[in-house]
Design a protein around this ligand. Structure first.
Ligand code: SAM
Length: 209
């Protein structure tokens, strides 16, 4: 496979950057990132950068996908709601870990393109176009909810759709800087852990920007 060397380079760079979960590294080795970028950008797809996917949106840096996936500590069969399907690459990585993935994208053309690629690659998932800040009540409660865009506040609907001990992973902050934050549901309250500062595109919608 022509990308094999690039994939191995990405994996060893992720290790150097602090990704230690072997299951996450294995999933990222298996999900073909070059399939989720626009034509002509395939050879850059394993570099440590975000790439444009149209409509002002991006496929996240490999490190961003790795650190977010590692933070969720996904087990086989976990029910995961993803807000912001984007290219579909994060969805593929979650599927590789054996999660049941429910994913929402706000921009129709982006969601449709991700669906097509994910189906060609024979991943099993459930998707829809809509405002993910409202969550997806039909399939709730979830073991984890992952928000792949930066939010100004914590969307209440998302917290309500978590299982007990469920995790909401969300970048929180202003337009320039966000802190990747994890909230773990503990009865009626939440334990909050700040992971690190990263840069995301804005979360648009009723409970977003
Ligand atoms: N992890 C994805 C990947 O690797 O391709 C990156 C997703 S991209 C950084 C964020 C996505 O969130 C964009 O496609 C954007 O359209 C979408 N988005 C923003 N606000 C949203 C909302 N309220 N509901 C659903 N999707 C939303």
């Amino acid at each position: 496979m022509i990308y094999k060397q690039k994939i191995e380079k990405m994996i060893s760079r992720l290790r150097q950057m602090g990704i230690t979960d072997e299951r996450v590294l294995k999933a990222m080795r298996a999900a073909p990132r070059h399939r989720f970028v626009p034509a002509g950008l395939e050879f850059q797809s394993y570099d440590e950068k975000a790439l444009p996917i149209g409509f002002g949106q991006t496929i996240s840096h490999p490190y961003t996908v790795a650190v977010m996936t590692q933070a969720l500590n996904i087990k086989n069969g976990d029910r995961i709601l993803e807000i912001g399907t984007g290219s579909g690459y994060q969805t593929a990585v979650l599927c590789e870990l054996g999660a049941q993935v429910f994913t929402i994208e706000k921009i129709r053309a982006i969601g449709q393109s991700a669906d097509k690629i994910l189906r060609e690659l024979e991943y099993q998932f459930v998707s829809r176009i809509g405002d993910g800040t409202l969550g997806w009540q039909n399939y709730a409660p979830y073991d984890s909810i992952i928000v792949t865009a930066g939010a100004p506040v914590i969307p209440k609907n998302l917290l309500q759709q978590l299982k007990q001990s469920g995790k909401l992973l969300i970048p929180l902050g202003d337009a320039d800087e966000q802190i990747l934050t994890i909230l773990i549901k503990d009865n009626k309250s939440y334990n909050i852990i700040e992971i690190e500062e990263l840069k995301f595109v804005p979360l648009i919608g009723k409970n977003g920007w």
